[in-house]
Write a protein that binds this ligand. Sequence first.
Ligand code: DLL
Length: 426
Amino acid sequence: MFDEKMEKMPRKKLDELKLKRLKKIVLYAYENIPFYRKKFDSAGVEPYIKKLEDIEKFPFTTKDELRSQMPFNMLAVSMDKCIELHSSSGTTGVPVTVCYTKNDINVWADAMARCLSMAGLTSRDIFQIPIPYGTFTGAFGFHYGGQKIGALVIPTGKGDSERQIKLMKYYRTTFMAGIASYAIHLGQVARKIGIEPSKLSIRNGIFGAETFTKEMKKRLAEMWEMDVHDVYGLTEMCGPGVSADCDMHDGLHIWEDHFLPEIIDPKTGDAIGKEEEGELVLTTLTKEGMPIIRYRTKDITFLYDGVCDCGRTHVKHAPIKGRSDDMLIIKGTNLFPGQIEEVIMKNSKVSENWVMIIEKVDGMDEVTIDIESKEKVGEEEAKKIAEEIEKQIKIATTLRANVEILPPDSLPKSEGKVKRVIDKRK
Ligand code: DLL
């Protein structure tokens, strides 16, 4: 373990530490960020915490509110204390910008080092990072965490998949990080240039940034013959490093000494008990540059009850099911794209590349799912595969969809987060 004392801290002691930090951060946000001073005052709450549950009296912070304060009005310190800036892509509006102090970067590196060592990274590993280095937090998080552990970090950065594979072979990379759909794409490119991914030296991988279903994990593990770990995080908290799964592969440990989790009903905002699904809300407990109180992540999950067999005491959350704003309502049925992916990935004849198109035809929702086959297949065979998947989707979700099997390599590939849904109704 990277930090055994902290990762295995007895519950009582961990709660005491959380309380101490929560008291401090709430007051710190109130005293240093006019946005929070105004917000707490108008909600009629004083910035004093006596017990952990007191956090529930405070108002939530939303992405739109952060945007309204961008780029720098959410800072609790003067700009000269900040040493790095990251931001969300801004594709759906104003980018959310986050500035880090030296201490924030250190905390982030530590949290990531815990995640990476939990996934098996050691100082003997050759650690390749095929993620764009830029304002996106992904690559830098893995980079700082990997260096903290003392692994040999290879910052291959953005794209050029053939080059990525060649470098993996040349340097005998043992560990990779990134986005699951891109790692699948890399494996497909390797095969195309005559290299079987499982014959490379990669033995471990850690992936996140997008919905990461159980079936996708299985495929990734088989393709590369590696152990696959899930890492979660978001720009507003630090980037990757909020949580990751241990070798039990059953839930992700949230580093509670840095992030206070709550689960709420996304409709009412009320607290939800352990083991019940809802929206994850996070409060930063140690952020200096840009502390955030009760941030609505929109990510749907639940918190586990009980202690993990790995010995870590930090609470686990279930793999993210999807984002509340990604939930689709089709013909009156609520559905997450991940539920469709679970069904598709169970069919061994299709590849990992698929896209779902929703449109209105004569006032009715129509769903078409395009999926690439693994190998080239004839018309008859394609029809049979499509019908089987249509049937399984209907059983699993009640959705009647029109599945089309396309030849390998016909769908566009993404080097970042993959886009699975094209909703033409909007
Ligand atoms: O995606 C940070 C990250 C990079 C995490 C690389 C892990 C690996 P954002 O671009 O701000 O930050 O997007 C955050 O991505 O609210 C989730 O909806 C989604 N997400 C992140 N990790 C996971 C995961 C990065 N492991 C948003 N499983 C979050 C499912 C994830 N969704």
